[in-house]
Design a protein around this ligand. Structure first.
Ligand SMILES: [Zn+2]
Length: 238
């Protein structure tokens, strides 16, 4: 858990998570700082998965890509995967942040492959199966992901969402769900709050919940509340 805070609360860094040091989910915080602190290396990320195109989930992507492009040793091939429009969005983000020069360097050194995902997408990258579920949020296409590691463990990421069918499908497919919990005090438009998390915990007893995208930290029965740099080791099913 590289960043566990909600967009504006200051409760933690903005959203970013990493599975096995290889799959980076969202890039809202300075992952080139947070990954080494977690004992991980930016150069070993093979896939970046974006849940949606809000700033608190994506605005450090140009910095991550720059860090990768400027690495001296030969970088691992990189895939950028996310909702429809990802290629144009990332291009604009990099060019706005750093101009055409760094964009060209990233293209030349990394040659990042783009993978467009949508509801129902089911792809395997480097032995990790990624299933995408459309969720309801306040911006364009937004996706939750279920990521199954080669050892059979499935970790889910809600991104930002309301309670909706896609989110429930994602939770049902996961052993551990990194679930948004933006409020503890009451409903919030386009987001999930603690009361709704409790309902999910009750509805999906097989799934363990880790709460993130936090604007506060309070205990919630049946769930673990994340903090920045929390590392979880999840035993294989059975
Ligand atoms: Zn957010």
């Amino acid at each position: 858990m590289l960043g566990s805070g909600s967009a504006f609360s200051g409760c933690g860094h903005n959203s970013a998570y990493c599975v096995d040091g290889r799959i980076l989910v969202d890039c809202g915080c300075a992952v080139q700082v947070q990954m080494p602190r977690a004992g991980l290396a930016v150069g070993e990320v093979t896939t970046v998965l974006l849940t949606h195109f809000h700033a608190d989930h994506t605005y450090m992507l140009p910095v991550f890509l720059g860090a990768r492009a400027l690495e001296v040793r030969s970088p691992t091939p990189l895939r950028l995967a996310g909702p429809h429009g990802i290629e144009e969005y990332v291009r604009r983000l990099v060019r706005t942040g750093y101009g055409a020069g760094l964009h060209a360097l990233i293209e030349e050194n990394l040659r990042p492959a783009t993978v467009v995902l949508q509801d129902g997408s089911d792809v395997t990258v480097d032995g990790y199966r990624i299933r995408a579920h459309a969720v309801v949020h306040s911006t364009g296409p937004s996706l939750a992901y279920a990521v199954t590691a080669p050892d059979g463990v499935t970790v889910g990421f809600s991104g930002d969402s309301e309670i909706c069918a896609g989110l429930r499908r994602c939770v049902a497919a996961t052993d551990v769900m990194v679930c948004e919990c933006t409020s503890f005090d009451g409903p919030l438009a386009s987001h999930i709050w603690a009361g709704e998390v409790s309902e999910l915990v009750e509805s999906f007893p097989r799934t363990r919940f880790v709460l993130s995208h936090l604007s506060d930290r309070r205990p919630l029965e049946g769930a673990l509340v994340a903090h920045d740099l929390l590392t979880l080791e999840i035993p294989p099913p059975g």
